[in-house]
Design a protein around this ligand. Sequence first.
Ligand SMILES: CC(C)(COP(=O)(O)OP(=O)(O)OC[C@H]1O[C@@H](n2cnc3c(N)ncnc32)[C@H](O)[C@@H]1OP(=O)(O)O)[C@@H](O)C(=O)NCCC(=O)NCCS
Length: 178
Amino acid sequence: MAIGLPLTVDEMRMADVPQVHEIERLSFRTPWPSYAFEQELTGNRLARYVVARAGIVGGERVVGFAGVWLMVDEAHITTFGVHPEWRRRGVGRQLMVRLLDLAQEMGATRLTLEVRAGNAAAQSLYGSFGFEIVGRRPRYYTDDGEDALVMSIPSLGDPAMRDLLRRERERAEVEEGP
Ligand SMILES: CC(C)(COP(=O)(O)OP(=O)(O)OC[C@H]1O[C@@H](n2cnc3c(N)ncnc32)[C@H](O)[C@@H]1OP(=O)(O)O)[C@@H](O)C(=O)NCCC(=O)NCCS
C-alpha cells in the first residue's frame, strides 16, 4: 500500500525514545523499558538503532524502529517494531533495508535474529529479505515459554542481496510517490 507521506529512516535519537517506547508497549508483551534504549544509545558501541519517521519536517512522528548489534563479522537484529496504525504500508521493509545497509557498512557477512515461532507476520517480512530458519530455541521467551526461531542471512555480500536491496529501494520510491 502507498504510504502517501514522506517516510525517512534515520538514526534514533534520545528525543525519540518516548515514541519508540510507546510502539514497544503496543507491540510486545514484555516491552523494553525506556532506559534500555537510552543505555543502548549512549553506552553500547556495537549497537545501531534507527527509526522511521512519517510526515513533513516539524510534524514528524516516529512510526517504527529497529536495532542491530555488530559482533565481529556477524550482525544481530535486537528489536524491530512498527506502530500498529502504520503496519502493512512498507515501513518494516524500509527499516530492514536500512539495517541491511548498516550491517554491510559495519563489515558483517552474516545477519541473524530471533523471532517468536508464532509470529507469522514478522517471519514473512524476514523471509522476503532472504532470511532462512536455521534453528529453534525451545521456550526462549520467558514471559510465556514460546519457542524462538533463529533466522539468518548467511552471506550479506551475495550479488543476490545487492539486487534485492536495489529492488526494495525502487519499490519504496514508487510507494511514497511524488
Ligand atoms: C512484523 C512487523 C514489523 C511488520 O511491519 P510492517 O511495516 O507491517 O511490514 P511491511 O508493511 O513492510 O510488510 C512487509 C512484508 O511483511 C509481510 N507481512 C507484514 N505483516 C504481515 C501480516 N500481518 N501477515 C502476513 N505477512 C505480513 C508481508 O510479506 C509484507 O509484504 P506485503 O505487504 O508486500 O505483503 C509489524 O507487524 C510489527 O511491528 N509487529 C509487532 C512487533 C513484531 O512482531 N516485531 C518483530 C519482532 S521479531
